[in-house]
Design a binder for this molecule. Structure first.
Ligand code: ADP
Ligand code: MG
Length: 433
């Protein structure tokens, strides 16, 4: 769309910086200093300021950013700042990013506005149980109280800086050793000693463990005027809490009462409109519930329960892994919708083009997996053979569990794309299917 994009990222060769070379855009070259990517942390206020000076619209594609610094640039640059001197807009609004950053506050915010979520409770520190040599002990009464209320397994979650399951712990029982293991995993000793450490009472919250039948996600685009567009509901399959495979659209399991048929692998018989539509509606309502500053694309993660109900799990205020399939399978990708939204352009209606699509994440399984993907007998060669779309991100380092790329397949039916994903998975180590 010939929109120059300037990127702030700690890595000198960050994938986004490789994809976009803003300084060569002719529209800007003659009028002012060339645009330059910024090297630095998302949390560094000075770097955020440096970025803000170069742009008219500032957005994020990770929520773990410095919200206070974003608020400052949004306020200070509101009328005269930015590249054009006409002010800058920050989308989504920093206050919404702030709510989403704290998973507990996110749940409180959504629950208050009628969005169905799994029951949850804060884990607070009990001052009478405090002992300086064992600070974690102060959290135990609150954990046990949540366990009594919600039963076991109990989902314990870090309120801040969680991603890819890091920050979640499934507590199996109320036994002192299980509780201790959970607290030690979620509140590491190293995080207690720093002077800037968050108070223990703000660290964790507990949720009912939701025995979902499927995990579902919907990408929603919302413009500054409040219009929303929902992409189809999709099924997301997680492995070790990391999104691993996405099937689009969602083929829901049976619910004879509301007329949704049994999932029929191989026959592509059921599109399950009712659950798909409900998921889209719920996701749009949840984004509206964030407030006026909810502008851009949002990934809405949900649980589909056995009775057909949907519970919202969490919202990502940005393009999302569950929306990568939109690049090939929709008339406009999640990224293009994001640009339309943050540039205050009318949002295009969404069309899902193929009968079926699926995405396989290429997760690092060793330090050398990146090279293995490219071997003649590797997954990339298999993807070429299948006519699949290959996305390798060009990240510098490969680690176990790191998202290094993804492959999207389109097909004539749900069964067709499932077969192709199984063929791709077969050339990767581990049980990918
Ligand atoms: P992250 O920020 O790491 O994506 P999530 O809160 O989405 O954290 O949790 C990661 C995964 O853990 C979810 O996709 C789901 O598989 C599982 N999970 C999260 N919350 C619950 C819950 N309350 N009950 C059951 N499983 C859950
Ligand atoms: Mg999640």
């Amino acid at each position: 769309m010939a929109i120059p994009v300037v990127v702030l990222d700690p890595e000198l060769t960050a994938p986004a910086k490789q994809a976009s070379q803003p300084q060569v855009f002719p529209a800007f070259a003659s009028t002012s200093a060339p645009l330059r990517h910024v090297d630095g942390a998302f949390t560094d206020a000075a770097k955020i300021r440096e970025l803000a000076q170069q742009v008219d619209v500032l957005t994020v594609e990770i929520e773990h950013v410095n919200v206070a610094a974003l608020k400052e640039v949004a306020d200070e640059c509101a009328t005269t700042g930015g590249r054009s001197g006409k002010g800058i807009k920050v989308y989504p609004s920093p206050s919404i990013i702030g709510i989403i950053q704290d998973k507990y506050l996110q749940k409180v915010h959504l629950a208050k506005r009628g969005v169905p979520v799994a029951p949850f409770l804060p884990i607070t520190a009990d001052s009478s149980a405090v002992s300086s040599d064992d600070p974690l002990a102060s959290l135990v009464p609150s954990v046990l109280e949540a366990g009594e209320k919600f039963g076991y397994p109990l989902m314990l979650k870090s309120r801040h800086l969680a991603y890819d399951g890091k920050g979640n712990f499934v507590l199996r029982s109320s036994s002192p050793s299980d509780v201790r293991a959970a607290l030690e995993a979620l509140v590491p000793a190293s995080s207690l000693s720093s002077p800037s450490a968050r108070p223990l009472t703000d660290r964790l919250y507990a949720e009912l463990f939701a025995p979902f039948v499927k995990e579902v996600a919907v990408m929603v685009a919302r413009g500054a005027s409040g219009e929303t567009r929902a992409y189809p509901a999709v099924e997301t399959i997680h492995r070790d809490s990391v999104c691993h495979i996405v099937y689009a659209p969602l083929r829901p399991p049976v619910d004879p009462k509301n007329g949704v048929g049994r999932e029929q692998r191989g026959q592509n018989a059921v599109v399950g409109k009712s659950v798909n539509e409900r998921a889209q509606e719920d996701a749009q309502k949840a984004i509206d519930a964030l407030g006026e500053g909810a502008v851009g694309v949002f990934g809405v993660e949900m649980f589909l329960m056995a009775d057909g109900s949907l519970l919202l799990n969490e919202i990502a205020p940005r393009p999302h892994n569950s929306g990568h399939y939109t690049i090939e399978a929709c008339n406009v990708s999640q990224y293009v919708s994001h640009l339309y939204a943050i540039l205050s352009l009318p949002l295009p209606p969404i069309t899902f083009t193929p009968p079926a699509a699926a995405m396989l994440n290429l997760l690092g399984y060793s330090d050398s997996a990146k090279d293995d993907f490219l071997r003649p007998d590797g997954v990339v060669a298999k993807a070429v053979e299948l006519g699949a779309a290959i996305h390798l991100y060009g990240k510098a380092g490969c680690r176990k569990g790191r998202k290094m790329g993804h492959i999207t397949v389109l097909g004539a039916s749900d069964a067709d794309v499932r077969t192709k994903i199984a063929q791709l998975a077969a050339v990767l180590p581990g049980s990918y299917a």
